[in-house]
Design a protein around this ligand. Structure first.
Ligand SMILES: [Zn+2]
Length: 56
């Protein structure tokens, strides 16, 4: 692949797209609006656990 997974660019043609665009304006490729949403990281899971001491 030429392009890395840059959410600012269309994965198909490389055109700049807005972060929340549902599709590429140039080539019409479908873009996933959720690509910007962070997944619950391992770190967050650890923090959630430490909030409940004595729960082990
Ligand atoms: Zn495109």
């Amino acid at each position: 692949m030429l392009l890395s997974r840059d959410p600012n660019r269309c994965p198909s043609c490389g055109e700049r797209v807005t972060p929340f665009a549902a599709g590429c304006a140039l080539c019409g490729a479908d873009l996933d609006p959720r690509r910007w949403q962070p997944r619950p990281s391992l770190l967050q899971q650890l923090f959630a656990r430490t909030r409940r001491p004595g729960d082990t």
